[in-house]
Write a protein that binds this ligand. Structure first.
Ligand SMILES: Cc1cc2nc3c(=O)[nH]c(=O)nc-3n(C[C@H](O)[C@H](O)[C@H](O)COP(=O)(O)OP(=O)(O)OC[C@H]3O[C@@H](n4cnc5c(N)ncnc54)[C@H](O)[C@@H]3O)c2cc1C
Length: 222
């Protein structure tokens, strides 16, 4: 699924459905269900409402993500999960940079922790000027990167010419419990707009795989 101007979220694999949650909870009583029944749906809601969240850990998703480095940096703060990222030490990074849409050029008002973001409107320096300046900056940075790479300076050092809106890619394997925590924090009004775009897609894929768990998650969190 495409995200931002050049990014994506790809679900590589999942081992996740509502029945796994139910049966990992029912093992407490040495019981299991062959198919999801009404009592199982109630059990999932009970688990969610009462923060008995370990049964959700048996469901696992692996995603491939392409996003700007400043988004990845926030993403990697989520410690309960596994990451492997494209290495700028071992390979040359491509000249793909996130250029925000005009509507995403914004200003922040208010206090830290309670910012409101409003469209950037200044006739003297309109959003188009911001975009143009950013494109020029990315091109100049990438030229310097290539220049010093060609001279023979190591990739691991030369990359410091590159801005944080350059695209990276990584694998992310995460269980449903941690995924819900990610969605709660990152598909939220106070989250960075760009990570929120990714969290929305991750949330939709989670809903597809585990609809009953998702319903319980929504009723407890939204
Ligand atoms: C709007 C927003 C603003 C933010 N601003 C900042 C900021 O200014 N500076 C900054 O540094 N970070 C900031 N963060 C990042 C934030 O502090 C968390 O690092 C990030 O959201 C990951 O959340 P988490 O710890 O719940 O997730 P995970 O790391 O995936 O952890 C999941 C859960 O596991 C448990 N857990 C994990 N590790 C430990 C541990 N060591 N000890 C005890 N329990 C643990 C906790 O219950 C935790 O909720 C911000 C996040 C958001 C959403």
């Amino acid at each position: 699924v495409k995200v931002l101007d050049k990014g994506f979220v790809e679900l590589i694999q999942s081992m996740a459905d509502d029945l796994i949650v139910v049966n990992s909870a029912r093992v407490s009583f040495n019981k299991s269900s062959a198919a999801l029944e009404l009592k199982d749906k109630k059990l999932i809601k009970f688990l969610m409402e009462n923060h008995h969240e370990t049964p959700f850990e048996h469901c696992v998703f692996t995603f491939r993500i392409k996003c700007p480095i400043f988004v990845a940096r926030e993403w990697f703060r989520h410690r309960i999960g596994s990451f492997n990222e494209w290495s700028g030490r071992y390979s040359v990074l491509e000249d793909e940079f996130y250029i925000p849409d005009k509507s995403a050029v914004r200003t922040q008002v208010g206090k830290p922790g309670a910012y409101t973001f409003l469209p950037w409107e200044d006739p003297a320096s309109p959003p188009e000027a911001f975009q143009e300046a950013l494109v020029a900056h990315c091109e100049a940075s990438y030229d310097l990167y290539q220049y010093w790479l060609d001279k023979g300076v190591a990739k691991e050092l030369t990359r410091i010419f590159l801005p944080v809106n350059i695209y990276t890619q990584f694998y992310w394997t995460v269980n449903a419990r941690s995924l819900m925590n990610f969605i709660k924090l990152r598909n939220a009004p106070d989250a960075l707009l760009e990570i929120r775009e990714y969290a929305k897609i991750v949330e939709a894929l989670f809903e597809q795989a585990m609809p009953i768990t998702y319903e319980a998650y929504v009723s407890c969190n939204k």
